[in-house]
Design a protein around this ligand. Structure first.
Ligand code: IPM
Ligand code: MN
Length: 353
């Protein structure tokens, strides 16, 4: 009997459901061919459910989701809901409660994709950011003093635990070794100013580096790294960084790989349930128009397959996406692809079978 992978699907808001449909189309196509089974169970978490019921996430949601082999997420964010409620209440809550302590974000320029950097091609842009995903400024620690008065104080604390840093850095070294490309791991920090947080990051990094003599360890300040992403992206292989810096540099990463239409990521708990998503958001203005680019969601599905142990299938999804970017799409931007959302999904599904 082939193994069945049970997937929890959260299509979410805006164009989330449309791109998730295309991802599932591709997943069904490749599983039919490769002889493994996938089953999908849908969850209606998102803005519409919140507006209808007043509940952001049911209390048993994480316990329910823990029963699955992986989670496939479309997008969270609704124009009629105040920013922060759904992002914090669904996306960040799931990341935290499922202890998905790694946010893995590949930055790879595919053939045929228009790159905003002059004289840079696919041979220059192929690296992966390992972002810590449960701590730092995202931990929600802080508060107001004398709120609403002229003496008001707002404090937002960055939480960095030895355990949290260590498990993230260990994952990054292991991942770099397994990736087996340039065998270089760069710590992205700000040791010249954040002299507590990044002191701990740097000490931990240097300690663990001793266990990986075959990997070159490297350091760059976060401000400098934004400069190198533009000037010399070919310097990078794997980058490890904290939650906030990882959030910021991966949007820049997405731009140099062709934009939000292609950028995918995984929220990973190596010992638990992981969640895969296109990183571009819900793009509500394109909802229901069949113009949004589904490739980021399809790439996220590919990452999910790899994570589920179907590595060959994951590679085939990526190869199919590369064929589509190389010879079919006019642009990766919504409405400018020269094809509809569903046509792009059909084409990738055709190439994987
Ligand atoms: C991301 C997003 C989220 C983050 C938001 C929506 C909370 O920007 O996945 O990068 O900041 O992590
Ligand atoms: Mn972000």
């Amino acid at each position: 009997m082939p193994k069945t992978n049970n997937i929890a699907v959260i299509p979410g808001d805006g164009t989330g459901p449309e791109v998730v449909n295309e991802g599932i189309k591709v997943l069904n196509a490749i599983s039919g061919k490769s002889g493994f089974k996938l089953s999908f169970n849908y969850f209606d978490f998102g803005g519409d459910r919140y507006l209808k019921t007043g509940e952001v996430l049911p209390d048993n949601a994480t316990d329910e989701l823990k029963k699955y082999d992986a989670i496939y997420l479309g997008a969270i964010g609704h124009p009629d809901v105040k920013p922060g409620i759904l992002e914090k209440g669904i996306l960040l809550r799931l990341r935290f409660e499922l202890d998905q302590y790694i946010n893995l974000r590949p930055v790879k320029l595919y053939p045929g994709v228009d790159c905003p950097l002059k004289d840079k091609g696919p041979e220059h842009i192929d690296f992966v950011v390992v972002r810590e995903n449960t701590e730092g400024l995202y931990a929600g620690s802080g508060g107001f003093l004398k709120k609403g008065t002229e003496d008001e104080v707002a404090i937002q604390e960055s939480i960095n635990t030895r355990k949290g840093i260590e498990r993230c850095i260990r994952y990054a070294f292991k991942y770099c070794k397994k990736r087996n490309k340039n065998k270089k791991l760069t710590l992205c920090g700000k040791t010249n100013v954040l002299t507590y947080a990044f002191d701990l990051w740097e000490r931990t990094f240097n300690e663990i580096a001793k266990e990986y003599p075959d990997i070159t360890s490297d350091y760059a300040h976060v401000d400098a790294i934004t400069m190198w992403f533009i000037k010399n992206p070919e310097w990078f292989d794997v980058i490890v960084t904290d939650n906030m810096f990882g959030d910021i540099i991966t949007d820049l990463g997405a731009m140099i790989q062709g934009g939000m239409g292609i950028a995918a990521g995984g929220n990973i708990n190596p010992e638990g349930v992981s969640m895969f998503e296109p990183i571009g958001g819900s793009a509500p203005k394109y909802k229901g128009k069949n113009v949004i680019n589904p490739l980021a969601a399809i790439c996220a599905a590919g990452l999910m397959l790899e994570h589920l142990g179907e590595e060959q299938a994951g590679r085939e999804v990526e190869e199919a996406v590369m064929k589509v970017t190389a010879s079919h799409l006019k642009s990766l931007a919504a409405g400018q692809m020269g094809m509809t959302t569903t046509e792009v999904g059909d084409l990738v599904a055709k190439y994987v079978t």
